[in-house]
Design a protein around this ligand. Sequence first.
Ligand SMILES: N[C@@H](CCC(=O)N[C@@H](CS)C(=O)NCC(=O)O)C(=O)O
Length: 222
Amino acid sequence: MGEEVILLDYWSSPFGMRVRIALAEKDVEYEEREENLNNKSPLLLKMNPVHKQIPVLIHKGKPVCESMIIVQYIDEVWAHKAPLLPSNPYQRVNARFWADYIDKKIYNIGKLVWASEGEVQEAAKRELVVCFKLLEAELGNNRFFGGENLNIVDIALIPFYSWFYALETCGNFSLVEECPHLVAWAKRCMERESVSKSLPDQYKVYTHLLELRKQHLAELKG
Ligand SMILES: N[C@@H](CCC(=O)N[C@@H](CS)C(=O)NCC(=O)O)C(=O)O
């Protein structure tokens, strides 16, 4: 089977995007298989029987699940180029801390901004801006969280740039006004091919999220 690498993915998944970026940073060739999340393939169910979710990286026939675990696996296996974690143990643990913070906060709070309304949405907007400002402070004057190059913190966060238009339009606020340094960082990330080719168009994502928003609000209203 050699180095065979397969990625079970879904185009709009920020978690899938993380893996695409890490593979691109490392110049790893792979086959991407688009899943239908409403009718999951037998391969996905076999490879991720616990969560039954994408992304799954299948390397030499063996599955690796959970996006940030996959990114760290990629960094260890293809260690010859583009290190995604600092070599210093304290800096490494700090990068893991922020990647974990992003993982715990941004998807759930961001989803409340594009999928809810009223006071729930207002509170989510406030909370998202607090998170983004904390991340701006951590970024400081660096080009990337990884310094001159991307590291796992950049890779954890940048997929959510594909949500920015949807967040601003559904939430009726301006991210560039609230968090200008984070928006500037995102644009720097987008100048890298590894990122720009891994993220879908913001307007396409907006149209997709709008459909999910309608379904979500209809379910809430019963
Ligand atoms: N914690 C997981 C989250 C993965 C996830 O939520 N995947 C979604 C797509 S964005 C999925 O497969 N949803 C289908 C389902 O849950 O049934 C990761 O980081 O990989």
